[in-house]
Design a protein. Structure first.
Length: 310
């Protein structure tokens, strides 16, 4: 009688221990990463096995640049797992790893050590993200003609997580919260018509469309390309001086005397801003960094009336 031999199930894991991080205050964490490899990996090409070192370096860079210090550890962990499976990981070998091609799933345990953030109780978070689940996410999501609400922290039936997805909200006065979305090259939000509100963003193409829209861009990593569209729009670059975007946002169609650049929860005034002419564009610098680039805008045309301080 022939004996059937099933292919082995392969996993690889590594740890990052005693990692010090500024998140929810000063914290020390241990990270365990478990990689569930696809069946048959390495059979034809032994170099299919990913080296853990670039993955470890990618994780530490993700943690250093993570934009939302107040996120729950579970949210940070979920964003980390999703990013590992959706973004290319650079290596010193002249190639990039795309882990979704070699993994079925990734599991990340984050153990927050006692004493972190002034809390003596240790805490932990475990996230398992499967490639299959990511592949089932819709690429395009549509709203309705009514007032819709989309929040990537609670995707709901629409499965909108803001990671390389396109959202068309349609008509109505819509609210979109993409504060916790990692974004990506294909991430796009079109707010359509209506007086809409958007919170946060990282690595998105944002089109406000018609209506008087309010865009809070101060939470998130930044690096968004933003188009206001018709009517009067508000672009709030800062909402908390302790949580600034790490990269400037590009505003493509700022209309002088019609649109407004906003700064909230700061002691800034118009005279505290450093407005820099860069070719045809204006760079808005404040609080020690570049916060936005206004395309095709001349510094000499801007005045205090184009800014709001709250």
């Amino acid at each position: 009688m022939a004996t059937q031999i099933n292919p082995p199930s392969e996993n690889f894991s590594f740890q990052i221990v005693d990692y010090e991080i500024e998140h929810q205050g000063e914290a020390v964490i241990d990270i365990l990463v478990d990689l569930d490899l696809k069946e048959g990996i390495g059979e034809d090409d032994p170099f299919e096995y990913p080296d853990f070192t670039p993955i470890r370096d990618f994780i530490t860079d993700f943690l250093v640049t993570y934009p939302n210090e107040t996120d729950f550890w579970e949210i940070l962990n979920k964003n980390l797992a999703t990013t590992l499976l959706t973004e290319s990981i650079p290596t010193p070998f002249g190639i990039e790893y795309n882990l979704d091609e070699v993994l079925d799933a990734i599991t990340i345990d984050i153990d927050v050590q006692s004493g972190s953030s002034g809390i003596e109780t240790p805490r932990s978070s475990r996230i398992t993200q499967t490639v299959e689940r990511l592949e089932t996410l819709p690429k395009t999501i549509f709203g309705s003609s009514e007032a819709d609400y989309f929040d990537t922290a609670t995707p709901g039936e629409e499965k909108f997580v803001g990671n390389n997805q396109i959202l068309f909200t349609g008509g109505g006065n819509d609210t979109v919260d993409i504060t916790f979305a990692p974004g990506g090259e294909l991430s796009r939000v079109d707010l359509g018509s209506g007086d809409d509100i958007l919170f946060g963003a990282s690595n998105h193409r944002i089109i406000a469309g018609g209506g008087n829209d309010i865009l809070f861009l101060g939470s998130g990593e930044g690096n968004n390309i933003v188009t206001g569209g018709g009517a009067s729009d508000q672009f709030w670059l800062v909402t908390d001086t302790l949580d600034l975007p790490t990269l400037e946002n590009r505003i493509t169609d700022f209309v002088i005397t019609e649109d407004v650049i906003g700064f909230a929860n700061t002691n800034l005034g118009f005279d505290d801003l450093n407005l820099i002419q860069d070719g045809n564009n204006t760079i808005i610098n404040a609080l020690g960094q570049n916060l936005a680039i206004l395309l095709d805008t001349q510094v000499t045309e801007l005045s205090a009336s184009d800014f709001a301080f709250a």
